[in-house]
Design a protein around this ligand. Structure first.
Ligand code: PGA
Length: 258
């Protein structure tokens, strides 16, 4: 982290877990475990249908609500889709785009990720843009090349003013939900590389100001070491965000001096 230049963000990704009725008890337990002072923004990205309840229950302990995907279309005949306008209308402040599970199970492409990020920015929602390599790509030494391509495509056509409202999440696919975390060195190396890609496009200041999160089996035990890395400005947390006490510990880990 580097709090002098950028925000620390601890974001949970509930994926297709939890129920509306479970949000209030979750927040109560989170509040009870939350550190008194906190140096980060906290977000929970829930299924879109749960966003209003999340906003209501999260007010007390300052947890913002986010969604996990958005339609790339503005409005119209797209049955089942949810637009950026509709997310904004119910109060979502953040939205994940390009999560590897959406790329894998729904064939989402880098171009679509770019369109979705722009749709969110137009409606004042912060896109949390996910990038990350597969195990095969890592083993073939293609990590940085691939991730750089993903970042460049996702940000295409987004100007520096809008970049300030974007968050990047580096999530190596092989580390998601597997219990296999990237080492802090591996995670730092790629997050530093992502910042260098952004520096090349936008210059030093925007690159210094953007928050880059790490995601992939981040938990209460490994969070402190990962967050101590200079280019890791927070976490995108799946499994451990479902347990209030663990999620609170990760928030606490972001309080460390750096
Ligand atoms: P995980 O998920 O923390 O369960 O690995 C992270 C994510 O998919 O965002």
């Amino acid at each position: 982290m580097n709090r002098k230049y950028r925000k620390t963000v601890i974001a949970g990704n509930w994926k297709m877990n939890m129920l509306n009725s479970g949000i209030k008890p979750f927040m109560e337990e989170l509040k009870a475990n939350m550190p008194k002072n906190r140096n980060c923004d906290v977000v929970l990205c829930a299924p879109a249908i749960m966003v209003p309840a999340m906003i209501k229950a999260g007010k007390d302990c300052k947890v913002a609500a986010g969604a996990q995907d958005v339609s790339m279309y503005e409005k119209g005949a797209y049955t089942g889709e949810i637009s950026a306008d509709q997310l904004s209308d119910v109060g979502a402040k953040y939205c994940i785009v390009g999560h590897s599970e959406r790329r894998q199970y729904h064939g989402e492409t880098d171009i679509q990720v770019n369109i979705k990020a722009k749709a969110l920015l137009d409606k004042g929602i912060v896109p949390i843009i996910c990038v990350g390599e597969s195990l095969e790509q890592r083993e073939m030494d293609l990590t940085m090349e691939y991730v750089a391509y993903q970042v460049k495509t996702a940000l295409s056509g987004i100007d520096a003013a809008k970049l300030r409202r974007c968050i990047i999440a580096y999530e190596p696919i092989w580390a998601i939900g597997t219990g296999k975390t990237a080492t802090s060195e591996q995670a730092q190396e790629v997050c530093e590389g992502i910042r260098a890609v952004i520096r090349k496009i936008y210059g030093a200041r925007p690159a210094r100001a953007i928050s880059i999160l790490y995601g992939g089996s981040m938990n209460a035990k490994n969070a402190e070491e990962l967050l101590a890395q200079p280019d890791i400005d927070g976490g995108l947390i799946g499994g451990a965000s479902l347990k209030p006490a663990d999620f609170a510990k990760i928030i606490e880990a972001s309080n460390q001096e750096c």
